[in-house]
Design a binder for this molecule. Structure first.
Ligand code: GDP
Ligand code: IMO
Ligand code: MG
Length: 421
């Protein structure tokens, strides 16, 4: 039996979907534990290529139960759209925890409007999926949960309480307001489509734990955008960390067997906020082109930079990584020299531990340099067959990350992976 938490170790888009899809082949249960359809988890397998936003990346194993967990926020319109691309026989084991909160149309409108009002420097660059406004309502205890879809009387009551406040905000931004009736109609549509799949998932999860099943906890985004530990205010509104995984999936921290940090072999970030190793030169463009670094949800170009070991050290400590999965090593195949940032310099002082957000904005990266390997690794499946310099690079990341490298991914497809003995 194993309970394994899969956590993005950087700024998101590390390849979590790809790793979960690989591991889910041997899993009984996958739980997407936080976030909403702001995620873009790319999975390439025998069924095709998918960008999953809210559906757990374990959906492609028809013997695996997929749960959209208690800590998520769900837009059932986008979920329905996403499911259109997924073969029907794979959808039979998909459940949504009744505690998940509903993303309603006004959450998305307010997300966009609040961002538009911010001055350039303070723009978070959200995905405009309504994540922040929905989690705000949850924290303020006026949110609406999936379970309310099953009980129209309670739903109406809750909407009647919430809507005047939301309409006041919408009016402030000059946006369309909503009536209780039109939202009840929308919710009725969602209830018809998803009502049977909205359940208390805890008994399913508890049984799986008690029966010693293989369970994967799939995180959204990365540690650097965690609400508490990330680059606040340029963060998301939930906790992608392994601590967050336990809290929001319904599994005690004592039951976690492994915490796998998914680590891209270089850095990318999409959205606002500091990004110390960001490149504005030809190397940056090369990462973007070879790595195809464009957002899976918004299509925005991702900011690219050299590997940041200060961030990895921070994230490894916070999550207690027991294993690392290094992804996109192949993207470095044609770099003659490769840099790793091992410290930040701020106002003449050297920092080896991650400083506060505003300090990161002033930081200059301190680099060490390694030789590249200048050959194609996409066909490599065994550690021994990796070029020596590629092995050295992976070992250096392992040392800096303080956890064993268990997987090295050399391409987006399911089998393009090296599993360490
Ligand atoms: P996630 O949000 O963490 O699941 O990551 P994304 O799917 O947003 O971004 C990762 C991107 O890299 C996707 O386009 C994947 O198909 C791709 N990818 C994942 N692993 C590898 C790899 O090892 N090599 C290459 N070249 N691409 C990869
Ligand atoms: P996956 O799961 C990369 C970024 C946004 C923005 C900030 C807050 O695919 O790794 P939000 O919409 O959550 O309020 O936006 O976080 N962001 C992501 N960046 N990958 C993601 O998801 C992201 N989800 C949100 O760009 O800066
Ligand atoms: Mg992504």
């Amino acid at each position: 039996m194993s309970v394994v938490s899969i956590v993005g170790a950087q700024w998101g888009d590390e390849g979590k979907g790809r790793i979960v899809d690989y591991l889910a082949q041997k899993s009984d249960l996958v739980i997407r534990y936080q976030g909403g359809d702001n995620a873009g988890h790319t999975v390439v397998n025998d069924f095709g290529k998918f960008a999953l936003h809210i559906i757990p990346s374990g959906i492609f194993n028809d013997e695996c139960t997929s749960i959209v967990g208690a800590g998520t926020v769900v837009n059932f319109d986008t979920m329905a759209k996403e499911l259109e691309a997924i073969p029907e026989h794979l959808q039979k084991n998909l459940f949504i925890d009744y505690r998940a909160h509903l993303i309603l149309p006004f959450h998305c409108l307010l997300d966009g409007a609040e961002e538009a009002k911010k001055s350039g420097h303070w723009k978070v660059g959200t995905t405009k999926r309504g994540i922040g406004p929905c989690y705000s309502d949850k924290a303020a205890r006026c949110g609406i949960r999936a379970v309310e879809l099953l009980n129209p009387e309670i739903l109406k009551d809750r909407l009647e309480m919430l809507l005047p406040k939301k309409n006041r905000d919408l009016e402030y931004y000059g946006l369309k307001t909503f009536t209780v009736e039109e939202l009840m109609e929308l919710c009725e549509k969602w209830r018809e489509r998803f009502g049977k799949q909205i359940v208390d998932t805890l008994p399913i999860i508890r049984n799986a734990v008690e029966e010693g099943k293989n369970i994967l906890l799939e995180g959204q985004l990365g540690v650097m955008r965690d609400l508490d530990w990330g680059i606040y205010p340029y963060s998301t509104s939930s906790n992608p960390t392994s601590g967050g995984a336990c809290n929001t999936s319904g599994i005690s921290a004592k039951k976690l067997d492994e915490v796998i940090g998914v680590v891209k072999a270089y850095s990318t970030s999409v959205g606002g906020g500091p990004f110390v190793t960001e490149l504005f030169d030809e190397d940056g463009k090369k990462f973007q082109n070879i790595g195809n670094e464009f957002g899976a949800t918004t299509g925005r170009p991702r900011r690219c930079g050299w590997f940041d070991a200060v961030a990895l050290d921070y994230s490894s400590y916070l999550n207690g990584f027991t294993q690392l999965a290094i992804t996109k090593l192949d993207v470095l195949d044609s770099f003659l020299k490769i840099k790793i940032c091992t410290a930040y310099e701020i106002d003449g002082e050297t920092y080896s531990q991650l400083p506060e957000t505003s300090m990161q904005e002033k930081a200059k990266p301190v680099y060490e340099e390694m030789d590249g390997w200048m050959c194609d690794t996409t066909g490599v499946r065994k550690w021994e067959d990796l070029p020596e310099n590629a092995q050295k690079y992976v070992r250096r990341l392992e040392e800096l990350g303080g956890a064993k490298v268990k997987y090295v991914s050399v391409g987006p497809e399911r089998d393009q992976i090296i599993v360490m003995k």
